[in-house]
Design a protein around this ligand. Sequence first.
Ligand code: SAH
Length: 487
Amino acid sequence: MTVYLVGAGPGDPGLLTVRGAEVLGGADVVVHDRLSVASLLELAPPAAERIGVGKTPRGPSTPQEEINRLLVVKGRAGLEVVRLKGGDPFVFARGAEEAAALAAAGVAFEVVPGVTSAVAVPAYAGVPVTARGLATSFTVVTGHGDGLGATPTDWEAVARVGGTIVVLMGVATRSEIARRLLSGGLAPTTPVVSVRWGARPEQRTVRTTLGALAGADLESPAVIVIGEVAALDLAWYERLPLFGRAVVVTRPRHQAEALTRRLRRLGAATIPLPTIEVGDPADGGVALRAAAGSVSSYDWVVFTSANAVERFVPLLRDARAFGAARVAAIGPGTAEALAEANVVADLVPERFVAEALLEVFPPPPSCPGRGRVLLPRAAVARDVLPEGLRAAGWQVDVVEAYRTSAARPSPEALADLAAADAIAFTSSSTVTSFVEVAGARAVPPVVVCIGPVTAATARQLGISVDAEADVHTLDGLVDALVTALAT
Ligand code: SAH
């Protein structure tokens, strides 16, 4: 039982530390700020309790004493508790008070530092807080005031330090800050950059000067950088092809990673909305285990999903179990899952649909009693493949490898869905379960599907499809998305 005070970083979920991800993965309870990124909450086990606390500007907020008490109570109950805080937990975040409360109550705690917005947010706007010849120091100051525009900081002294001044929570008090920095000796022409929602798809950078700061059109939350470095414009994040776009990813939790990573690298925000959960087959896996035990008696084993591979392969006890049986994969994702288990697919059709696999599948051998195909697959699936193989003369054993059911997305994910720009469907079943979970009317403005079968399912359910991947892979899907969102 430990309470972890974890820095979540400034927004981009990739800026969570490895240690942060590790403790989130083992959390029983996650106590998070209301503005936490949904994809970070998804790192906690599905069964973990998620409690939203803390401040929303001008909205409801949980008093700090109550948060402290909650952490102590949950910690004492013997639970693994993650207190997830924006940026770094000890930078203007009241982490010190939470740690002190835990220490006083004798509850074990650990601090997992985070990437602070004071440095990372300017970096995402292309502004280095130090630069040779421009700044030899940076001073991080809170602009938090008394509600009447005054702040306790000696701004005149800060002005005399020279170097870069980074102000957090300074939007409301910016006219007092500017006035006093000017009276401390800074020039009105001193460059200023303000970055709102940095390291997030909503990032907005405003450039001004100290003389004009009071009148600049700024909104919270923002990091304000004052000094010569603020004139630098090494923009990179805002130039990524999917920057500013929020894309819903409907893949099951354990498979969302590959698509999510590709999208984030292009600057997109990803909204995880797993609509499907993969569970055991109805018979608990008895038939699948039996099939795995006699796999070498088949001529072919045909896999139509990575899920089937992941369920089947671990049941083989011997690396030689396939014997002479050959292996077919419906597409590269399935072939990749096989390759991870050191099985090289003998056959992958050029188009990744059942019909294409049938076209290239060889005829059965002519000797009687041979010609057996094993097809481990989802409980509910199209019958095109088994029927086509049977029509070609094969004896086909269809074995249930897993069952899919509709997942229940988090309320945070459903709220994010409303603001999303696009959705990427990777299979017919993700479309059907999305409609079940959120309704066809909840689809974001742009809909992209991995292939024709998925697109047909979407259209049947009344969803208009904007683009289909030319190549039916995740890369093809991402390409289609980039094109669809660029137009
Ligand atoms: N512990 C946090 C700071 C919390 S104080 C950290 O280390 O980053 C909250 C302030 O941080 C906000 O008012 C804003 O000034 C700044 N901030 C945090 N995240 C931000 C973001 N993504 N974009 C802009 N400002 C941010």
